[in-house]
Design a binder for this molecule. Sequence first.
Ligand code: R2B
Ligand code: URA
Length: 297
Amino acid sequence: MRDENINHAFLDAVVAGQAPDIYYHFGVSSADRVLDEFRDVRAIVMAGPGGRIVEFASRWSRDRGGAAILALAKEDRFVTRYCDGVLFASHGMGSPSAAIAVQELMRMLFFLKDGDLDAMSEVFWTRVGTSGGIQVDPGTVVVTSEGVMADLRPYRLLKGAEGTYWFDGGYPTDVLNAILASNEGSGIPMAVGRTVAGNDFFLEQFRLDGAIRMETDESKMAWLEWIEAEGVRNIEMEGAMFAGFLNHWGFSNFAMMCVTIVNRLKGDQITATSAELESFRERLGSALFNHLHAILG
Ligand code: R2B
Ligand code: URA
C-alpha cells in the first residue's frame, strides 16, 4: 500500500472512533452496527447495475451453502450486498458515478480493517461489466491490462483551473494471469488487452448513432483502427478510474473483466438479442465466480 497517499488526516480519527465516517451514497456510516458484519471482507466485486449485485450475491450464497446475505437500507444510488467474505456493490454508469462508489468503498475498507494496511492489501477488488469489443468476437471476456481514456492517456481529473490530477491505469499482471488460470479449461473465450474508458457511451466512444454526431465514418474508423493498433481490446466507461484510484492507495490485487457485447469495428448499435446478451452476462458471471472460488476456497 502507498501509505503516503492514504488520507490519514481524515480517516485515522474514524478508526480511532473519534468521529464517524458517513458513506453517504451507500446510506451507511462507520457507526452503524451492520458494518461489523462486513469486517471479514476478502473481495469487493463491483458492477454497474444493482440487479447484477443482487444476482451475484444470491449465486455466491448458493455456492457457499446458503450463507446469509446482508443488505444496506439505502439503494437509490448504489446497491450493496455482503455475503460470506464478499462485498458486492453497484457503481452506476460512467466514471463520475463509479468514482464516488470506489472512494466510499476505499474509506469503508480502511475502517473495516482498522487501518491495517497489510489486511487491506489482501482484499481482491474487481469490476465486472459489459464493453464494446475491438478485434474480438462478441461474448469474449476481456481482462484489462491497462485502463486509459479515449486519447489513450491515463485517467485524470481537473485540478480547478490549475492543472490536472493524473492517475496510473495499470492493472497488476499477476492478478490478470491468475484470472486466466482460474478459467483455464472453462471454454469461456477470453482475451487480454488495454481498455478505453470513454466519458460518454457515444462521443468518447466514436459512435455515429448518438443524438449528437461529431464524427464521420472515416474519422470513427481511424480512431478504432488506431486504438486497435495500440493494443486496445475493448471500450467501456470506468476502468481507467478504477485502476487509477486503487493504484493511488497502492492496492495490488485488483482486476477488471468485461464481456464484449458488440464488435465496434462492425457497428455501433447493440444488435445482440436478449438471449445472446443473457448468455454473455452468464459467461462473465462464470468467469468471475471461477476466480472467486479459486482465491477464496
Ligand atoms: C459498460 O456498459 C455501460 C454502458 O452501457 C457502462 O457502465 C460501461 O462501462
Ligand atoms: N458499454 C460501453 O461502454 N460501450 C459499449 O460499446 C458496450 C458496453
